[in-house]
Design a protein around this ligand. Structure first.
Ligand code: SAH
Length: 241
């Protein structure tokens, strides 16, 4: 009899930010197939076979390999967990894997996770929306680079509201130029590297300074960029010594 595949979000970095449901599934798993962004602590002390499939950007062959691996293990009757950083459907390709698995007649359950797009700013004390500042009645989450490796187009950049950018660090010069076609260079920005982990670093400034901040501080992926008025609330949300 076929097993089952669970597509599971691991949360943004702090291992305690996984859901109770996801944790229960990890404990009964026979196989766990996981990515680079999954907190390593979550994998300790489990009985499952652990398979690392750390992805590089746009590696199509690796995705085929992962899809086939999910199906092969499930056909052996195993409970297979596909564990992904954040939420599996937010730039996570969890939907592609789920469709592939279902096409092979295997059951697939989905467990959402705390996405870095919201969890990382919140943990760093930057609300993605707020009534306390202007122009923050909504937020937009975008990727720096699209699936064909190109830069995100200007049409995705809203004129108002908070902008949250994932996978933007490696294209920061070009990305900032696109952002500044729509938004003012004086807008507040924050860059949060390795958010919610012990190595978290947060830098703030203005949009026109964004490339300089990233280069000066040597910010590396994974990092979330937040643009908008709510960045200024970080200060008010922090206890002064
Ligand atoms: N499915 C994931 C996102 C995958 S795309 C989610 O919902 O969070 C990978 C991007 O997510 C990274 O390039 C980075 O922009 C962001 N990211 C993931 N974890 C992060 C972290 N702990 N701190 C900062 N950014 C993070």
């Amino acid at each position: 009899m076929n097993g089952i595949v669970y597509i599971v979000g691991a949360g943004p970095g702090d291992p305690e930010l996984i859901t109770v449901k996801a944790l229960k599934i990890l404990r009964i798993a026979d196989v766990i197939i996981y990515d680079r962004l999954v907190p390593q602590e979550l994998l300790e002390g489990l009985n499952a076979e652990l398979i690392y499939v750390g992805k590089e950007l746009g590696d199509a062959k690796l995705q085929d390999y992962i899809n086939e691996l999910l199906v092969r293990k499930a056909k052996e009757g195993k409970k297979v967990v596909r564990l992904k950083g954040g939420d599996p459907f937010v730039f996570g390709r969890g939907e592609e894997e789920c469709i592939y698995v279902l096409r092979h007649g295997i059951k697939c359950e989905i467990v959402p996770g705390v996405t870095s797009a919201i969890g990382v700013p919140t943990y760093a004390r930057i609300p993605v929306t707020s009534r306390l500042v202007e122009s923050s009645s909504g937020f937009t989450v975008i990727t720096g680079t699209t699936k064909d490796g190109g830069l995100i187009s200007e049409e995705y950049i809203p004129r108002k509201g908070t902008i949250i950018i994932l996978m933007g660090i490696h294209v920061i010069d070009e990305l900032t130029k696109v952002l500044m076609k729509v938004r003012s260079g004086k807008e507040k920005v924050a860059v949060i590297e390795k958010g919610t982990t012990k190595q978290q670093r947060v830098f703030t400034g203005t949009l026109n300074e964004l490339p300089e901040i990233i280069k000066r501080e040597g910010v590396k992926s994974p990092a979330v960029i937040v643009i908008g008025e709510t960045v200024s609330l970080m200060d008010l949300l922090t206890l002064k010594e």
